[in-house]
Design a protein around this ligand. Structure first.
Ligand SMILES: Cc1cc2nc3c(=O)[nH]c(=O)nc-3n(C[C@H](O)[C@H](O)[C@H](O)COP(=O)(O)OP(=O)(O)OC[C@H]3O[C@@H](n4cnc5c(N)ncnc54)[C@H](O)[C@@H]3O)c2cc1C
Length: 411
């Protein structure tokens, strides 16, 4: 049996970033993953400013090294396309990395990004990385947790961090998080070459197609002429309307004139694959006696944008901080672990709450069309929407009726 202070289950961004913060604090841990790296993760490959911020807090040099990797494309903004196909380009505002000359966001294949983090993990003597090792169960004991692995060895630890993604069974037990289909999105992604018409500063594109609101179709440019193309919608709507996401995506590419033109020389160069996204659906406990949940296992995905890598990074960082506190004070009680929840929600709770409310406005195509049309002709509204991406106070306005009333009244 292996023994350690902390065991992290899952070495995606939340698990590997938790492990790297633990190493920074000089705390030993075991990091397990059922896969062997490099491994792919079905994703849109959009790496947001939150990741940049957290890696900067972890290790500035690591962030600088990351920013120079050829598998990443710098991205400076977002293109929103309304159901009436009118588009609005919003730049990402400079985040606090400006002094480092780091772009506000990146797009890069998860195969490479996750492996970059794992390569860093491998340099840390504090981290014992166990690949191809699935955790299949756990038993609570008086002074720790015993984890059962797929190869029948056991791991005994004082704290466990469950970072094992969207399909984590630990989200329910011990986490107690049960989700309805309304708050689980199915996303499908594919890779194309030869897509044209991107913004010169590599804006990520969200196309809000009428039939799948509040879901969307996306096109994200990648290095070497590649693009990540996909579509996502909550499972309840898919079930109710009996939708086939793959067929909708291919039909949009083949029939919508503005997409058809951009895809006329494009070629599908991958399989079309699906995976689920557990969308945030309200504040829940994400820790308990001797354990924490992070990233997708804690259901921290933004309900509008589907962004989860940044929140995975944030939760990984705070989980490591909580391990430090618990080990120092020898307190692993559920009550003490709740400091972890507090830190996570202090950083992203407001943002998640506002997003979950704005989703209700996005459902109405006419309102969406109107806002986009007005924003294209109103400098003030455009600025407001740009600010809303980073300023929570401004974003709050998008969540109330007043802004929409003003728009309707032409002000
Ligand atoms: C189609 C799609 C598009 C998306 N697009 C974006 C995007 O553009 N930008 C963005 O920010 N987010 C996006 N997301 C969300 C993002 O992919 C996730 O939020 C993010 O990967 C969460 O990171 P994580 O570390 O929590 O989990 P994961 O990245 O899923 O990592 C979990 C790890 O745990 C391992 N594992 C699972 N079970 C076990 C076990 N029992 N024992 C050991 N190991 C285990 C897995 O092998 C995996 O390596 C998208 C998701 C989907 C499905």
């Amino acid at each position: 049996m292996k023994r350690t202070d902390v065991c992290i289950v899952g070495a995606g961004p939340s698990g590997s970033i938790a492990a790297l913060f633990l190493a920074k604090y000089g705390i030993n841990c075991i990091l397990t993953d059922k896969a062997k790296f490099p491994r792919d993760k079905i994703c849109g490959d959009g790496i947001s400013g939150w990741v940049v911020t957290i890696l900067n807090e972890l290790d500035k040099d690591l962030l600088i090294r990351l920013s120079k990797q050829s598998f990443l494309l710098p991205s400076h903004g977002i293109r929103l396309v309304a159901p009436n196909h009118k588009s609005l380009d919003l730049p990402f505002l400079d985040n606090n990395q400006a002094d480092l000359d780091i772009p506000p966001g990146f797009i890069g294949k998860r195969l490479d990004f996750d492996n970059f983090l794992i390569d860093e993990v491998k340099t840390k003597k504090e981290i014992d990385l166990l690949e191809a090792t699935e955790i299949i169960g756990y038993t609570k004991e008086k002074d720790g947790i015993r984890l059962q692995t797929s190869d029948e060895t056991e791991i005994f630890c004082r704290i466990v961090i469950f970072s094992n993604g969207a399909n984590s069974k630990f989200m329910q037990d011990p986490g107690g998080i049960y989700k309805s289909k309304t708050h689980i999105m199915t996303g499908i992604k594919s890779y194309y070459t030869g897509v044209t018409g991107f913004h010169e500063q590599n804006y990520v594109e969200l196309h809000f197609l009428k039939d799948i609101l509040p879901g969307y179709f996306w096109i994200f440019p990648l290095p070497n002429g590649l693009a990540n193309v996909g579509i996502g919608l909550d499972q309840e709507r898919i079930r109710k309307k009996k939708l086939n996401l793959k067929a909708i995506m291919l039909e949009a590419i083949e029939t919508l004139p503005y997409l058809k033109e951009r895809f006329k020389d494009a070629e599908l160069v991958s399989k079309i694959q699906a995976h689920s996204l557990p969308l945030w659906d309200g504040k829940r406990f994400i820790s308990g006696d001797r354990y924490m949940l992070t990233g997708d296992a804690a259901s921290l995905i933004d309900p509008i944008t589907g962004e989860g890598i940044g929140h995975a990074a944030i939760s990984g960082m705070y989980a490591a901080e909580q391990c430090k506190r618990s080990l120092e004070s020898n307190d692993f009680s559920a009550k003490f672990m709740r400091n972890y929840d507090k830190q996570v929600y202090k950083r992203i709770g407001k943002e998640l709450k506002i997003s979950s409310k704005i989703v209700h406005f996005i459902k109405h195509p006419w309102l969406f069309n109107l806002i986009m049309t007005k924003a294209n002709s109103s400098k003030i509204l455009k600025e407001k929407l740009t600010l809303a991406m980073t300023d929570l106070e401004v974003r709050k306005e998008l969540n109330g009726p007043w802004l929409y009333l003003k728009i309707l009244m032409g002000r």
